[in-house]
Design a protein around this ligand. Structure first.
Ligand SMILES: [Cu+2]
Length: 205
């Protein structure tokens, strides 16, 4: 009897039923609103219970009807990432492009699309904003699987969520940008331009 109770308890723990819940939140504030013509904002929430990590990102004020890349960015050496200040615009073109976010926010790390554990940054399953310019993204992944994928990609077994920042990217492909706006590889700058950012903070427990 005792053995049965113990093993049921262990099964419960494995399912995360008895595990404590840890919550991290990032409040997303607009970036480059002069270019987007709107104030993108929202909230990213990370809830960890046992091996389950649930990622929720609610965003509004986005360029409507298009897909928006979203990730957490950070430093491989675990320095604390921050959202860019106006000083990040080192070429003074009035726009903070993806490359200019690097010194303050680090590099693109984990994608929030249909399969974050894939760690695949180029992907067409990121959320698409509604006609009203909003979306609600929700995905639950195995924390251990994500940590393993992260460790493989960055030589670092720790996600260190509270040292990362969440970015939402993307404006209409037809929006003209000065040639000084840099992007990654051959990806158009309209796809990678940051439009909202928030620092992840642990809120509970
Ligand atoms: Cu990003």
């Amino acid at each position: 009897m005792l053995g049965a109770c113990l093993s049921m308890g262990m099964a419960g723990a494995a399912l995360g039923r008895d595990a404590p819940t840890t919550v991290y939140v990032a409040h997303l504030a607009p970036l480059n609103s002069k270019v987007t013509g709107s104030n993108a904002s929202g909230e990213a929430r990370f809830t960890i219970k046992g091996d389950r990590l649930t990622i929720r990102i609610d965003a509004k004020g986005l360029p409507p009807g298009i897909m928006h890349l979203q990730h957490f960015h950070g430093f491989k050496d675990n320095r604390e990432a921050t959202c860019p200040t106006p000083a990040a615009d080192v070429n003074g073109d009035g726009i903070i492009d993806l490359i200019e976010t690097g010194p303050m926010s680090g590099t693109t790390m984990v994608p929030f699309h249909n399969d974050p554990v894939s760690m695949q940054i180029v992907n067409d399953t990121y959320p698409k904003a509604s006609a009203a310019g909003s979306y609600h993204y929700k995905k639950t992944v195995s924390l251990s699987a994500l940590k393993a994928a992260f460790a493989k990609a960055f030589d670092d077994p720790q996600l260190d969520l509270d040292k990362r920042v969440v970015y939402i990217h993307g404006i209409f492909p037809s929006t003209s940008l000065p040639a000084s706006v840099a992007s990654l590889g051959k990806i158009p700058a309209q796809v990678t331009i940051p439009i909202a950012c928030g620092k992840i903070e642990r809120v509970a427990p």
